[in-house]
Design a protein around this ligand. Structure first.
Ligand SMILES: Nc1ncnc2c1ncn2[C@@H]1O[C@H](COP(=O)(O)OP(=O)(O)OP(=O)(O)O)[C@@H](O)[C@H]1O
Ligand SMILES: [Mg+2]
Length: 276
């Protein structure tokens, strides 16, 4: 297995006492596999993946185990790993796409600067090779006139283009795992479909595994093979996407599905709880 998560717990200290955000979840991910995580707002989806990346808030306590297959056989325990180790993992092995691309892009630097920095640092390319590769990656995510636009600052791109730039950046170092937390919720429906297709195409090229967090059960059905359904910090149902959606075992999953209009209609883009 590429990633093995066992008995993951996240507890937050707050002035009003402790909050059990994630309560003993388990899952594993094989190379190239796509896993969807669904569940209502506040069910612990984001905190689960932030825990793996060492990106929890300072009032969080984490326990359990999250083992990433090592480059040389020995698995690496992510929980409690040194910041230096996690920094390297985040750059080179696990990349994350957030709902808001501005959280991942530096507003003060041109895209060319940000992309060549990643490519020289993580793939050891020289400056001009890195620049050529950066332009090629922007072309791959279908940024028109990439050679010119690469000199833009983040705010000079539209929202959909910024999202593409962020995808190009996160895939630039060919990570083993891409974590996408609500990557398309903020985008309009046509751009949404485009971005997801792009992620699929890029993954197919690099055999990158995917953890996709979304409220959109239609997106999970279309882009992942396995699904976890979370509620109140726990996994209440899991399995093959088609099987879970065809015959949900848990009342909560049934309720989630019932809240989705026309999941069976081809090309419909059912969504629930977009506001949350
Ligand atoms: N820094 C924090 N301090 C206290 N509680 C927190 C903190 N960060 C998150 N939480 C709580 O952890 C729980 C799980 O949050 P999480 O962000 O994982 O939800 P989510 O499933 O991603 O929801 P959404 O779909 O709205 O993004 C929530 O109850 C949230 O309020
Ligand atoms: Mg979230």
């Amino acid at each position: 297995m590429l990633l093995d998560v066992a008995d993951l717990n996240v507890v937050f200290d707050t002035p009003d006492g402790q909050i059990d955000a994630v309560r003993g979840i388990d899952f594993s991910l094989a190379a190239g596999q796509a896993l969807g995580i669904v569940g209502e707002s506040g069910s612990g989806k984001s905190q689960s993946v932030l825990a793996l990346m060492g990106l929890l808030a300072s009032n969080a306590h984490v326990s359990g185990s999250a083992r990433l297959a090592g480059e040389r056989g020995q698995p690496l325990e992510l929980l409690g790993a040194a910041p230096r180790v996690l920094n390297r993992v985040r750059g080179a092995r696990i990349a994350m796409i957030f709902q808001d691309p501005m959280t991942a892009l530096n507003p003060h630097l041109r895209i060319v600067t940000q992309m060549t920095e990643v490519l020289t640092r993580h793939r050891g390319l020289g400056r001009s090779a890195a620049r050529r590769e950066a332009v090629a990656m922007l072309e791959a995510v279908r940024i028109p006139d990439a050679a010119r636009r690469i000199r833009y600052y983040p705010h000079q791109f539209s929202g959909g283009m910024r999202q593409r730039v962020m995808i190009a950046m996160s895939l630039a170092c060919e990570p083993d795992i891409l974590v996408a937390d609500e990557p398309t919720t903020a985008l309009d429906v046509t751009v949404q479909a485009d971005i997801l297709e792009l992620i699929d195409a890029m993954r197919a090229r690099t055999n990158t595994a995917l953890i996709l967090i979304t409220h959109d059960l239609g997106v999970v059905a279309g882009h992942t093979e396995q699904v976890l359904v979370m509620r109140a910090g726990q996994v209440v149902e899991r399995g093959n996407v088609d099987e879970v959606f065809a015959a949900p075992a848990h009342d909560y999953t049934r309720a989630l599905l019932a809240a989705v209009p026309r999941l069976e209609t081809p090309h419909a883009r059912p969504r629930i709880d977009q506001a949350g």
